[in-house]
Design a protein around this ligand. Structure first.
Ligand code: ZN
Length: 191
């Protein structure tokens, strides 16, 4: 893969809300999350009340080659569908061996990680915690708190995103609220 040249640049991401002041984010609204939540009745009820912004993230204009790094912030807003917390869709990388690092700037939550063979890990996000996502692990950020979950991520720029596998099968586990605490339960709909 060719190494494309790009000039040095600097970009601002707010430590509190994660937002940049000069780049447009990619936004995922509740209407775009159909089929992602276990409780479909609660999903339809919530959607009828309003098409909430569930999360947003940045896709910078960096060449998608192996000699570049892609980076930005991800902001998952607080909320629940039934007992299941607001989360990102989650994805494998198209180059499945490509890893990623996340660093939590604000909020509370966790990262669900899962290999195609079914090895599942869940790590805690709180400000200051960095999480390493090795290759072959699908990953999803979940906001278990009451303010935006803001993370900074960086991964090889040629990694690509495979959303289809998760959209079709889901993750093997769900992060849900039980007695005021978050807990991890098996996803009975996983196939
Ligand atoms: Zn990723």
């Amino acid at each position: 893969m060719d190494s494309k040249s790009i000039n040095p640049f600097a970009i601002y991401f707010d430590l509190k809300d994660g937002l940049s002041n000069n780049v447009e984010s990619t936004k995922r609204y509740l209407s775009q999350m159909r089929g992602m939540y276990a409780d479909e009745t609660s999903y339809e009820t919530s959607l009828a009340k309003g098409n909430s912004l569930v999360y947003e993230f940045y896709e910078l204009n960096i060449p998608q080659s192996s000699t570049h790094l892609m980076f930005g912030t991800s902001i998952v807003y607080p909320g629940k569908i039934g007992s299941e917390y607001f989360m990102t869709k989650g994805h494998f990388h198209t180059i499945i061996e490509a890893p990623e690092v996340y660093y939590c700037l604000n909020g509370q939550g966790c990262m669900v990680m899962e290999t195609p063979e079914g090895q599942t890990s869940v790590e805690n996000f709180k400000p200051g915690m960095a999480i390493y996502v090795p290759g072959r692990h699908a990953h999803r950020s979940v906001n278990t708190g009451t303010e935006p979950l803001v993370t900074f991520y960086v991964f090889p720029a040629n990694a690509g995103h495979d959303y289809k596998t998760i959209e079709t099968k889901g993750f093997r586990v769900l992060v849900v609220e039980k007695d005021g605490e978050w807990t991890v339960v098996d996803n009975s709909k996983w196939e």
